[in-house]
Design a protein around this ligand. Structure first.
Ligand code: SAH
Length: 221
């Protein structure tokens, strides 16, 4: 099937756009050339798979814009070139696939059952060795901690304490921090029992919903 291996020229086009926006890391750009984003969106959105935009993936959620994913990956590879990474918010599975292509050992958590199942079946079908689980990612993955890096791909109102505690010494937590409308990309590095913060550009993510995130709107009070 043409689409299964195709769309290489669309991917090249997307990568030149990422470069135009200021992404310079060749390892990151290489991963974006490799991972077939069109296989992480459903049929109706495939023709838009390589436009630099977020796309609906069902359940009110979106696959992040390529630029946003690339921006986070640059922050990551510069500070943590290898190791064990936990992603919070599997969504389509695309960002987990990028992390895997970058050579990390990847664990990912999703709270929406339908998305978790779809991503898990994609990983299996595409032979991507990512470990995924269904649950509240704000509580981390204690059995697999500590992590060299934790990436939160949804908007957090504050730093989830539990995730900070699951960082290895020297490890980094990368997350968009702010209110529902706008968040500042933040890198928190663990140094023993101290945590150092670096702040970057603003983005708009879907909310991180959980015990140490925003409250679940469907939960009875
Ligand atoms: N990284 C994803 C982007 C997903 S959008 C991709 O590449 O497609 C953010 C995702 O975070 C959504 O799927 C949402 O359901 C999920 N999410 C929100 N709060 C969560 C939580 N507490 N734990 C796990 N996943 C969460």
């Amino acid at each position: 099937m043409e689409q299964e291996n195709g769309m290489a020229s669309e991917r090249r086009e997307m990568v030149s756009q990422l470069m135009h926006y200021g992404i310079v890391n060749s390892r990151v750009l290489g991963a974006f050339l490799t991972v077939e984003r069109h296989r992480f969106v459903d049929g109706g959105s495939r023709m838009f798979a390589y436009s630099d935009s977020a796309l609906p993936i069902g359940y009110g959620q979106t696959i992040s814009q390529p630029y946003t994913v690339a921006y986070m990956m640059e922050l990551l590879v510069d500070r943590c070139p290898a190791g064990k990474v936990l992603e919070i918010g599997t969504g389509s599975g695309y960002q987990a696939a990028i992390l895997n292509t970058l050579g990390y050992r990847v664990f990912t958590i999703e709270r929406v059952a339908g998305l978790y199942e779809l991503a898990a079946s994609r990983f299996k079908k595409m032979g991507i060795p990512v470990q995924s689980r269904l649950g509240d990612g704000t509580l981390g993955w204690p059995e697999e901690a500590p992590f060299d890096a934790i990436i939160v791909t949804a908007a957090a109102p504050s730093e989830p304490r539990t995730l900070m505690e699951q960082l290895a010494d020297g490890g980094v937590l990368i997350l968009p921090l702010g209110d529902i409308a706008s968040q500042q990309m933040t890198v928190i590095r663990r140094k023993g029992e101290r945590f150092e913060h670096e702040r970057f550009d603003h983005f708009a993510f879907v909310p991180l919903i959980g015990r140490e995130g925003w409250r679940d709107p469907d939960e009875a009070s």
